[in-house]
Design a protein around this ligand. Structure first.
Ligand SMILES: [Zn+2]
Length: 325
């Protein structure tokens, strides 16, 4: 490119720029002329409109910003409420689970024994004479429920239910010497629940309930002796009778005296069902250990004497109780 051509180009650009400036100045001058020619009131209206427009725009912008913030706040509140709802659902589910589990956590009830034998046992029907003492005798266990067992080389040689029934029969026989009405919970090898036994004594209006049992010890040591189990919190009458009977058995001899005991072997805060459900002075006599040779020998030798001694002191005790009333 020559220097002449460059100069020509510079002149063209300069002319174009000058033309542009003139055009802008022309437009500005036109606008200014128009503005100046406007009426004063019109200018005022225009100015007010402009200000109002700007204020309006500013207000809209501010409102939009505020609305944005409020929306954010609303979102966070919504999120919080959603969390609360989830927590509520979780707690509700847990409560439902606990409620459903409720019956499962209960202590399983002991298996209900067959009732055929129980229903076969007739309830005492004889109406006792009103001024006679009533003694209810219970032979523990029966039928399929043998109670404690003495085995020799794996063979059962002695079963508690039989000893209990034998002792109950001897006691009934001994009570014939006194003016006493006797009610037996069982006279044969039949089974009754503990509630049925206490129920028979209650229904008969018995003054005394004596339940015969025998203890057992699984260890190798020689454990022996007689125990008298009574209710833990209403023993006033049962305790004096149990002390009287234990003194009589000690006097006859043959077995150690392990004494009068309260509640159950597991806890003195609990009671054996028969003592708990009986309405009268009641006790369980554990007449020696079936696991003890010496206790078994004593029972076989002195069983009738024990029965006679018990009958005597029970009758004496009943007489004393009646006189004290
Ligand atoms: Zn027993």
């Amino acid at each position: 490119m020559s220097s002449n051509n460059r100069r020509t180009n510079t002149n063209v650009i300069s002319k174009m720029m000058n033309a542009g400036k003139r055009a802008v100045a022309g437009v500005l001058s036109f606008v200014m002329d128009k503005w100046n020619s406007l009426h004063r009131e019109t200018k005022k209206v225009f100015g007010i409109s402009l200000v109002a427009g700007l204020v309006l725009v500013a207000t809209v912008v501010v409102l939009a910003i505020c609305l944005g913030n409020v929306t954010k706040k609303l979102d966070s509140v919504q999120a919080m409420s959603s969390n609360l709802q989830q927590e509520l659902d979780r707690v509700t589910n847990e409560m439902e689970t606990v409620l459903q589990k409720g019956p499962l956590t209960e202590v399983p009830q002991p298996t209900i024994a067959p009732t055929t034998a129980a229903t076969a046992t007739p309830m005492p029907t004889a109406t006792p004479e009103p001024d006679k003492y009533i003694v209810c005798i219970d032979a523990g266990h029966g039928d399929w429920d043998g109670g404690a067992v003495k085995t020799v080389n794996g063979v059962e040689v002695r079963v508690e239910k039989d000893d209990n029934l034998r002792m109950a029969m001897l006691f009934r026989e001994a009570l014939k010497a006194y003016d006493v009405e006797v009610v037996m919970t069982r006279e044969t090898d039949t089974y009754l629940s503990l509630s049925e036994r206490a129920g028979i004594a209650n229904a008969a209006g018995a003054d005394v309930l004596i339940s015969f049992h025998r203890n057992a010890y699984a260890g190798t040591a020689e454990v022996s002796g007689v125990e008298y189990w009574i209710h833990n919190s209403r023993p006033a009458d049962a305790e004096s009778l149990a002390q009287r009977i234990s003194a009589e058995v000690v006097a006859i001899g043959g077995m150690l005296n392990r004494g009068v005991k309260y509640g159950t072997i597991a806890s003195s805060k609990e009671n054996y069902a028969i003592n708990r459900e009986a309405n009268m002075a009641s006790m369980i006599i554990e007449l020696g250990f079936i696991s003890s040779e010496s206790d078994n020998a004593a029972l076989d030798e002195y069983g009738e004497d024990y029965a006679k001694g018990m009958a005597k002191v029970v009758y004496e005790w009943l007489e004393e109780q009646a006189q004290a009333r």
